[in-house]
Design a protein around this ligand. Structure first.
Ligand code: CA
Length: 429
């Protein structure tokens, strides 16, 4: 089935800002609370949020096999379970409803007032109930930088790294949408030169610039997903800030890997941009440097050209862009990650979230964490307001943005924006 929603010539009758991340060719999916305190599944065109539950009740999805309440839910999991064919039918239909040539909804004021919201009338929610969250470690530049800093510049990559997409199982309970603030975590830290650890607030709170993909139900226990089918099970992507506490991480991570340094929060952008919408921005990823085992050999353009930026905004001050990276730098692509994840028969469900790992580029201004940007704190970053940062300070806001751009088209993710609050103070009794 062709993706008619992606037609670059299509225009919409809605007023959309020039250079919006959300032209009619995007049609992402999200969940929001409306002005009437009703939770619904929706999409976004320009600066309008569109209530898909209401559109469905009004009959605009007639002819598409959807249950009556598919959009009247507080998560996208059931819709994602419906599979790729349904996602395509729905995106194509939404594109038709808002096409400049179609006057049906445009001319119906009552219907328009029911389904359209301005962004200040809604509150975005977490788009999926994340059953399982896995985080990969798939940027060669990032793995090399970290290996150089903490182990040995001569052997920065561990022997397995070029043979498989290394990953670990994270925790889904602390995945939160944009605009929810995060407290500075407390944890066990081994102070420099000390032989005994202390329990103290982390002094090295960091962001990790990542993207995450969201899956549909893909396989049953025991069944691997072949690499050439992997993309059929990927619904879409979000920006992902995998908050990290470097001093807690340094002390705890041997031998089983990250634990409390990583699970206090991960923040996601609220609109899931579908893999279908990203089709025009496919590109070729880095060439494998080692002969890969057959189950990891991917063909064709499996990388995506997504420009990424991180900005830091101290309280009551302007923001400073501290990093510019790109999703295409990933050494391991999403198909390889999903094939590897399931090669042992591990089942993947609707709403599972797979983080890419920190996306660092080849140059120092494209590194995806403060750990790398300030090189362990040895080279503080200068901000526009004259202050300096080695890591994130209390009341700083971290903003990540991402978009694809080619000639006359742009498809974006909006942003994920999170403020770091001071250590949590228990309520006084
Ligand atoms: Ca991570």
């Amino acid at each position: 089935m062709s993706i008619t929603a992606n037609d670059p010539k299509r225009k919409t009758w809605l007023d959309t800002p020039k250079d919006t991340d959300f032209p009619i060719q995007n049609i992402p999916f999200g969940v929001f609370l409306t002005r009437d305190d009703i939770i619904t599944i929706g999409t976004r065109i320009g600066d309008y949020a569109i209530d898909l539950g209401a559109l469905h009740q009004l009959g605009y999805f007639e002819g598409i096999p959807l249950t009556d309440d598919i959009f009247l839910q507080d998560t996208l999991n059931d819709f994602i379970s419906d599979g790729k064919k349904t996602w395509r039918l729905v995106r194509n239909r939404i594109a038709d409803i808002f096409d400049a040539e179609n006057s049906k909804l445009k001319e119906n004021k009552d219907h328009r007032n029911t389904v359209l919201f301005t962004l200040d009338e809604i509150e975005m929610q977490l788009p999926v109930q994340v059953g399982d969250y896995t985080d990969f470690y798939s940027s060669k530049e990032h793995a090399t930088n970290v290996g150089t800093m903490f182990r040995d510049p001569e052997n920065a990559l561990l022997p397995n790294w070029l043979h498989m997409p290394v990953g670990y199982h994270g925790r889904s309970s602390s995945i939160i949408p944009s605009d929810i603030p995060v407290h500075r975590p407390i944890g066990q830290i081994l102070p420099k030169g000390a032989s005994q650890p202390v329990l103290a607030p982390s002094k090295r709170v960091d962001f990790e610039l990542e993207m995450a993909f969201i899956t549909t139900d893909a396989n049953v226990l025991g069944e691997p997903i072949p690499i050439e089918e992997a993309e059929d099970y990927i619904f879409g992507m979000v920006l992902f800030n995998d908050w990290s506490a470097r001093d807690i991480q340094t002390w705890e991570y041997v031998p089983l890997g990250p634990f409390l340094a990583k699970n206090f929060a991960s923040s996601v952008s609220p609109w899931i941009v579908t893999l279908d919408a990203l089709e025009p921005f496919r590109t070729t990823g880095p060439k494998p440097e080692k002969e890969l085992l057959p189950y990891l050999q991917s063909k064709g353009k499996k990388a995506f050209d997504i420009k990424l930026e991180v900005a830091l905004k101290p309280e009551n001050s302007e923001e400073t862009t501290v990093s510019k990276s790109n999703f295409k730098y990933m050494y391991w692509n999403m198909s390889q990650q999903l094939a590897h994840h399931t090669v042992n028969g591990c089942p993947v469900n609707s709403g599972d979230m797979m983080g890419s790992g920190t996306i660092s580029g080849p140059t120092p201004d494209s590194y995806g964490s403060m750990l790398e940007l300030s090189w362990k704190g040895e080279k503080p970053i200068k901000l526009n307001d004259g202050s300096e940062r080695k890591f994130i300070e209390d009341n700083d806001t971290v903003i990540m943005r991402g978009y694809c751009e080619a000639k006359d088209r742009r498809i974006g993710f909006g942003e994920v924006r999170t403020k770091l609050l001071p250590v949590f103070e228990p309520k006084k009794k």
